[in-house]
Design a protein around this ligand. Structure first.
Ligand code: DQA
Length: 150
């Protein structure tokens, strides 16, 4: 079976390449996504992508894909510091969620240190830049492969 994973990005991540380049780098999301698709081809994984700047739309989407994919790589962006609603949603999903942040949130402003998602996710990665998305997908694949061995 080919596993299917969803990559879900929260607010302002559609502006990668334009926004705060010193923090998030110069790569656009399209460029990062192309790298993820190459990884997926090599690993025989199917990927889907969704981005929204709206909290409720992210929740609606996560609820929808709970029965459609085998795992979610989620960058909640700023909502990861503020949203209890997103946390409640992630806590109720049946599939594995790995949280990812491009920047090392724990080394930035104090209001970014806390993640509402971290303790309801399987794992959290922060500070690896775009490579964090590959590492997150590798983790989801490891989790998926384990469940297939049972
Ligand atoms: C981010 C970190 C958040 O603090 C910030 O609000 C973002 C991006 C990251 O990927 O480093 O929008 O999630």
């Amino acid at each position: 079976m080919t596993p299917k994973f969803a990559v879900v990005n929260g607010p302002n991540l559609n502006w990668l390449g334009k926004r705060e380049k010193a923090v998030y780098g110069t790569e656009t999301w399209q460029e990062i996504w192309e790298g993820l698709l190459e990884w997926a081809k090599e690993k025989r994984v199917t990927l889907a992508f969704f981005q929204s700047n709206h909290e409720g739309d992210l929740i609606d989407h996560l609820q929808k894909i709970d029965t459609e994919v085998d795992g979610i790589l989620f960058n909640p962006a700023a909502y990861g510091h503020t949203s209890i609603a997103l946390r409640d949603c992630v806590a109720s999903l049946d599939i594995a969620v790995v949280e990812v942040h491009l920047s090392k949130i724990q080394k930035r402003e104090p209001f970014r240190h806390h993640s509402t998602i971290a303790d309801v996710a399987e794992a959290s990665l922060a500070g690896f830049g775009p490579k964090g998305y590959i590492l997150g997908l590798e983790l989801l694949k490891t989790i998926y492969d384990r469940t297939q061995q049972r």
